[in-house]
Ligand binder design. Structure first.
Ligand SMILES: Nc1ncnc2c1ncn2[C@@H]1O[C@H](COP(=O)(O)OP(=O)(O)OP(=O)(O)O)[C@@H](O)[C@H]1O
Length: 248
C-alpha cells in the first residue's frame, strides 16, 4: 500500500474532529472522500500534508511507503510536499500568486526539489500534460489572463511537475463552470491511469460516480462506510450514504 492511515484522531482545541479514521490508498486508484460540509474531509488531507493549524493535536498513524509521517519535523515534511505528495485546492485563484507568471510558478515547484537545471522544460511538459495545448504562451501569462478552468490546470501542473506518487485534491472542480468540471475530472483519471494514487475530496456524489475507484463516506469525523464505487451505488448500507445518494 502506498498510504496507510490507521486510527487517526484529530482535535482542534478540545473539539474532536476526526475519530478513529483508518483507510489506505494504493497506486493507480482514486479514493473519493465524500461527506457534508464540516464532516472533516479537508482535515484528513491537511493531516496527510502536515499542514494542520496551530492548536491542533493528532494521534494515530499515517504511513507513506511504509514510513511514518506523523511526528516529522517541518524540514522533513518540506522534502515530501510537492515531491512525493502534493495537493490541489478548490480555489485556483487563491493558490496562484497574481504577481508571478505561470511559468515561474510551475518552475518554482520543480526547482524547490531538483534545482534550476531543466526546470523550464519540465514546467512546459507539466503544463502540456495538464491539457494546456498552447503551453508556451500560457507559460508567459499571469494568472488573471486565464479562465478558472485553465488556472486549475496550472495548479494540477504545479502538483504534478515533480512526478509525485500521491496527489490530494480538495473539491478541485467545485469552483469551476459545470461545462469544464468533466474535463478536469478526466485529467485526474488520466493521472490515475499513469499509476498515481489520488485522494479526492468532494461533497458531490456526481463527482464520485465520475472518477472514484473506492469511496469513503465521512459523517461527523467518522467513517460510516467504505467500499468500491460499484457497491456504494448498488448496495449503500448506511442511512447517511443513502441520504447523500438520494440528493444526486
Ligand atoms: N483551523 C481550525 N480551527 C478550528 N476548527 C476548525 C479549523 N478548521 C476546520 N475546523 C472545524 O473542523 C471541522 C471539520 O472541518 P473540515 O474543513 O475538515 O470539514 P470539511 O468536510 O472539509 O468541510 P468543507 O466541505 O466545508 O470544507 C469543522 O467543524 C470545522 O469548523
Amino acid at each position: 500500500m502506498l498510504l496507510e492511515v490507521n486510527k487517526l484522531n484529530l482535535w482542534y482545541g478540545n473539539r474532536h474532529i476526526l475519530k478513529d479514521i483508518s483507510f489506505s490508498v494504493d497506486s493507480g486508484e482514486i479514493l473519493c472522500i465524500v461527506g457534508e460540509s464540516g464532516s472533516g474531509k479537508s482535515s484528513i488531507l491537511l493531516s496527510i500534508m502536515g499542514l494542520l493549524p496551530k492548536g491542533s493535536r493528532i494521534e494515530g498513524s499515517i504511513k507513506f511507503k511504509g514510513e511514518e509521517l506523523l511526528g516529522l519535523s517541518e524540514d522533513q515534511y518540506r522534502k515530501i510536499r510537492g515531491r512525493h505528495i502534493s495537493i490541489v485546492f478548490q480555489e485556483p485563484s487563491a493558490y496562484l500568486d497574481p504577481l508571478f507568471k505561470i511559468g515561474t510558478q510551475v518552475e518554482e515547484a520543480y526547482i524547490a526539489h531538483f534545482g534550476k537545471s531543466g526546470a523550464k522544460e519540465k514546467a512546459l511538459q507539466a503544463l502540456k500534460d495538464a491539457g494546456i495545448k498552447n503551453a508556451e504562451t500560457v507559460y508567459r501569462m499571469y494568472p488573471h489572463h486565464l479562465s478558472g478552468g485553465m488556472k486549475q490546470r496550472v495548479c494540477i501542473a504545479i502538483a504534478t511537475v515533480c512526478d509525485p506518487d500521491l496527489i490530494l485534491a480538495d473539491e478541485p472542480t467545485t469552483a469551476l463552470d459545470v461545462s469544464i468540471q468533466g474535463k478536469i475530472l478526466s485529467l485526474f483519471k488520466h493521472i490515475r491511469d499513469k499509476g498515481k494514487a489520488i485522494i479526492l475530496v468532494t461533497h458531490d456524489f456526481g463527482v464520485v460516480a465520475e472518477v472514484a475507484d473506492r469511496v469513503l463516506v465521512l459523517k461527523d469525523g467518522c467513517i460510516v462506510e467504505q467500499k468500491d464505487v460499484y457497491s456504494i451505488f448498488d448496495h449503500p448500507e448506511h442511512p447517511y450514504t443513502k441520504e447523500l445518494l438520494s440528493s444526486l
